[in-house]
Design a binder for this molecule. Structure first.
Ligand code: OGA
Ligand code: NI
Length: 359
């Protein structure tokens, strides 16, 4: 069974559709050997280089809501360090009720388990819906995953025809979760702005109207996890990403100083990372880090990524206050829509997207 992927050609604004298999269907066939199109070249394989086992920074968001200025200041420094040196952290006590994050995971699983005929009603078009993005040719190596992408905020940008009506509480849960993630995202953007000596609202003001997109990633079990990737190495083309993932199953890996580090899930936490837009706005102080996901032999994995960043019309560029003789401007200004188009017209390829803006 095939699903579709749509790719844009930025030079003439046209889009082309590619058919790619639904990986969940492939996985359910208990294949003896892996289809050729998923097999990575040797140097791209999950075990091509030894993994580096390190804990990524943990940020306790309670410290920012408590009464102690000292605790707040210390955690703000930790947050700043995490975003400068790692580009990633795990947020604990993040304020989003556990009942809601658990409900999100449940509705995503329920959606994934629907018959294909039901899911295919929401077949991906123009990067919304169920399918694959980042497929740009008939012969590129494919990721071992299916996805579902929706614009979640602002509410009037939602394309409701792509929002599943099953399970019944899908729409309402996503609506509630989107607003909670927005609150958390705003808090973090204010803290990151403050941490580089700007007014708390500076980054948010620079982003203009904020836009939020959700991507459900489904990584079916894979007969040869050593040969495939669930999601190719990439950085996120957004401001901030908030990732909710399965509690026990390790899949996400981040690239730090040239080495891959698996992110050990902490139950109840959220993984937050800096996207390309925040790297640009902060003139490179905060780093958007390359990451990927691997698959597992006998367990599937879901993740729910919320991408939060400037709206299409916003002109994005480094904050003028962060540029001086010692810190020259490192990125050129651009319209966010052009960046999105640039990202979706290529395949995922490490930190290549941001070259678009590098001076
Ligand atoms: C993404 C992503 C990682 C994961 O959706 O951009 O990096 O663990 N996902 O699913
Ligand atoms: Ni990502």
């Amino acid at each position: 069974m095939f699903n579709s992927a749509v790719v844009f050609n930025p030079s003439d604004g046209t889009s082309k559709r590619f058919s790619v298999p639904v990986v969940q269907e492939l996985a359910s066939q208990h294949l003896q050997s892996l289809p050729e199109r998923y097999i990575r070249s040797e140097k791209e394989r999950p075990n091509a280089f030894p993994l580096h086992h390190l804990d990524i920074p943990i940020i306790d968001m309670d410290m920012f809501w408590g009464d102690s200025d000292l605790c707040r200041q210390k955690e703000l420094e930790n947050l700043g360090m995490a975003c400068q040196e790692w580009g990633f952290f795990q947020a604990v006590n993040h304020g989003i009720p556990l009942s809601l994050t658990e409900r999100m995971k449940k509705i995503v699983r329920e959606f994934i388990q629907l018959p294909l005929e039901e899911k295919i009603k929401y077949k991906m078009q123009e990067i919304e819906g169920y399918g694959q993005a980042f497929v740009i040719s008939d012969d590129q190596v494919l990721d071992w995953a299916d996805m579902m992408a929706l614009t979640t905020l602002p509410p009037d940008n939602r394309k409701m025809e792509f929002w599943p009506t099953k399970p019944e509480d899908f729409r309402e849960s996503v609506d509630q979760y989107a607003l909670e993630v927005q609150k958390l995202g705003n808090t973090i953007l204010r803290l990151l702005s403050e941490n580089v000596g700007l007014t708390p609202d500076c980054f948010l003001n620079m982003c203009g109207q904020m836009r939020q997109r959700m991507r459900l990633n489904y990584y079916p079990p894979c007969p040869r996890p050593d040969l495939v990737l669930g999601i190719s190495p990439h950085s996120d083309g957004t401001g901030l990403t908030v990732l909710l993932q399965d509690d026990e199953i390790v899949g996400l890996q981040i690239c730090k100083d040239g080495e891959w580090i698996p992110v050990q899930p902490i139950p109840g936490s959220l993984v937050i990372n800096i996207g390309d837009m925040l790297e640009v706005i902060s003139n490179g102080i905060y780093k958007s880090i390359e990451h990927r996901a691997v698959t597992n032999l006998d367990r599937d994995r879901i993740s729910i990524a919320m991408f939060y960043g400037p709206d299409k019309e916003t002109e994005v560029g480094p904050a003028p206050e962060l540029i001086d003789e010692l810190h020259p401007c490192r990125y050129r200004r651009f319209i966010q829509a052009d960046y999105i188009q640039h990202v979706f017209s290529g395949k995922l390829d490490g930190k290549k997207s941001i070259e678009f803006s590098k001076i």
